[in-house]
Ligand binder design. Structure first.
Ligand SMILES: [Zn+2]
Ligand SMILES: [Zn+2]
Length: 583
């Protein structure tokens, strides 16, 4: 007898979905199990093979848990704000809301036809005002606790389209869309103080069951280090250049300094700089490069000596030259470094190229290799060396030398001990249309004022013109009617923020909404949060280990601090898989 498999399949799928066979039960007396997959971005292409691959793995676990008697939550939703829909709208003049809706419908149909055991009754969509109302609410809480602030940060700016670009739209320093050079442009942006949580984001990894490689990537990304901030005086001025170093024991070997092209020193001392034209020209050239290009390890080092001013090495009191080079980034650390070419690959390469002095200050315990200008490479195995040519540090082993150097620096008021993180604060503004409006108003009298919580959601206005505004402003900057409002504080005329949130916003807390998706009083009820949290197993892509995973842990910790969620960590267990590149 021949079956029509398509028909059989359809019959049962319809039964599952109409009866809610796989839906989680509202029975909080049963033991729960919460399995989470990364909700998809509904692109125009439909599902790709990576989606079912990842969803199938956890679907199997979810089915097993159901058979074992657990109350299983295995939800699905759509991370539907984002650039592709907006770019499609610009090109084809179709509202992103329409393309998003079509794409979501297509995805839903495809996912259902694959027979996954998702709980469709809890579907969330980050572009739904009933959802992003709570994304905006979380932003307001962050603002009220001083964790959201405005700062001037560089954005990628296309000189052709005259718009701000996301990093992924900049390809080899040119605009992906028109091929024009992309430059860095300063713009006032909303920032989130994730750095305030850096320590806890590292420490609390001890309490969760993540694959070791995931933990390691998070720890590296946060990049905690201990060392010292040290001032190098600028000769003939009251100024100094501040550097951060994890190896203050090598200061005796610092033979020159390097500042980022954007460092304010150049502007401040331009009268003194004798080769200002050359320096300015170098500055201009490096403004045409992205941070990524600038910090690539293998590229040829470039730089110009800033002639006319010198720094003074605080331990040797020797005058040392100051260079400008684009491998030092203004957005990273203090924007200036001390160079110890005898013991650092990058500094060594730079010193060789420009004939700068190389002074060895650490020797190996095993041999007597001498490092000088004739050497082919630096001596970088410096974790276990012995200090030489370093005055009061001579003969000390590395660990001891570092401590003694810091003590000396503090006693002589040359600087101080400091813990440093690579992690930067999160740039939270996008000069884009298709994102959550940032619920803030600017008043000439009162400054930035949050809109009252009862006015949320602040709905994204329907517009026809998605073309970005002038000078890197958001398309919303052209919506005069929407922008003009009253100050919630003093009632005078005020203007709305026109930047929107990044796509990372909606995905930073979606797993909480699944617990109680239809709640219109709070992001989820206390009972639901207590019962379902934390996520028992979160499976996703390795590419999300640093940004998404870190951002959502940060938001969750913040929500814990203000008493919204009952656990410090959102995910008890995290596994990540690689990407399918080809068959
Ligand atoms: Zn362009
Ligand atoms: Zn006001």
């Amino acid at each position: 007898m021949a079956y029509n498999f398509k028909e059989v399949e359809k019959k049962w799928q319809e039964k599952w979905y109409s009866e809610g066979t796989f839906n989680a039960k509202e029975d909080y007396s049963k033991e729960k199990w919460y399995g989470l997959i990364e909700f998809p971005y509904p692109s125009g292409q439909g599902l790709h093979v990576g989606h079912p691959r990842s969803y199938t793995a956890l679907d199997i676990i979810a089915r097993k848990k159901r058979m074992e008697g657990f109350n299983v939550l295995y939800p699905i939703g759509f991370d539907a704000f984002g650039l592709p829909a907006e770019n499609y709208a610009i090109k084809n003049h179709v509202h992103p809301k329409i393309t998003t809706e079509n794409n979501v419908n297509h995805f839903r149909e495809q996912l259902k036809s694959l027979g996954f055991s998702f709980d469709w009754s809890r579907e969330v969509d980050t572009t739904d005002p009933n959802y992003y109302r709570w994304t905006q609410w979380i932003f307001l809480q962050l603002y009220k606790k001083g964790l959201a602030y405005k700062a001037t940060m560089p954005i990628n700016f296309c000189t052709g389209c005259k718009v701000g670009l996301a990093n992924e739209e900049v390809v080899n320093g040119v605009c992906e869309r028109c091929g024009s050079p992309v430059v860095q442009k300063e713009k006032s942006q909303w920032m989130l103080k994730i750095t305030e949580y850096a320590e806890r984001l590292v420490k609390d990894l001890d309490d969760v069951n993540y694959l070791d490689k995931i933990k390691a990537q998070q720890v590296n990304w946060i990049g905690k280090s201990e060392g010292a901030e040290v001032n190098f005086r600028i000769e003939g001025t009251d100024d100094s250049l501040l550097v951060y170093t994890t190896r203050p024991d090598t200061i005796f070997g610092a033979t020159y300094m390097v500042v980022a092209p954007e460092h304010k020193l150049i502007e401040k001392y331009k009268e003194k700089i004798v080769n200002l034209n050359e320096v300015e020209e170098y500055k201009h050239k490096s403004s045409l490069k992205s941070d990524f290009e600038r910090s690539e390890l293998n590229k040829e080092k470039t730089g110009v000596e800033i002639k006319g001013i010198k720094a003074i090495n605080p331990l040797t009191n020797e005058k040392i030259p100051i260079w400008v080079s684009d491998y030092v980034l203004i957005t990273y650390g203090t924007g200036s470094i001390m160079a110890v070419p005898a013991h650092d690959d990058r500094d060594f390469e730079f010193a060789k190229k420009f004939n700068l002095p190389i002074k060895q200050v650490i020797k190996s315990k095993e041999n007597d290799i001498v490092i000088d200008s004739n050497s082919e490479e630096p001596f970088t195995d410096v974790e276990n060396g012995i200090s030489i040519n370093s005055g009061f540090l001579d003969g000390l082993e590395t660990k001891e030398a570092i401590n003694k150097a810091i003590e000396y620096i503090e006693q002589n008021k040359l600087g101080q001990r400091k813990v440093n993180y690579k992690l930067r604060d999160w740039v939270f503004s996008r000069q884009r249309y298709w994102g959550e409006p940032i619920p803030m108003v600017y008043c000439e009298e009162c400054g930035w004022v949050p809109i009252p919580e009862e006015e949320l959601p602040l709905v994204l206005p329907d517009i026809e013109d998605y073309e970005p505004g002038e000078n890197g402003e958001s398309p919303l900057s052209k919506q005069t009617e929407w922008i003009n409002t009253k100050c919630p504080h003093c009632g005078k005329p005020a203007k709305r923020e026109t930047d929107t949130m990044p796509q990372w916003a909606g995905s930073s807390w979606y797993f909480l909404r699944y617990m109680d998706p239809h709640n219109d009083k709070e992001l989820a009820s206390k009972e639901a949060l207590k019962y379902w949290g934390p996520v028992d197993w979160y499976n996703g892509g390795m590419e999300h280990t640093t940004l998404h995973l870190l951002y959502s842990r940060f938001w969750h910790k913040f929500l814990y601090d203000i008493g919204v969620v009952p656990t410090k960590e959102p995910y008890a267990k995290r596994t990540s898989h690689g990407m399918i590149l080809r068959f």
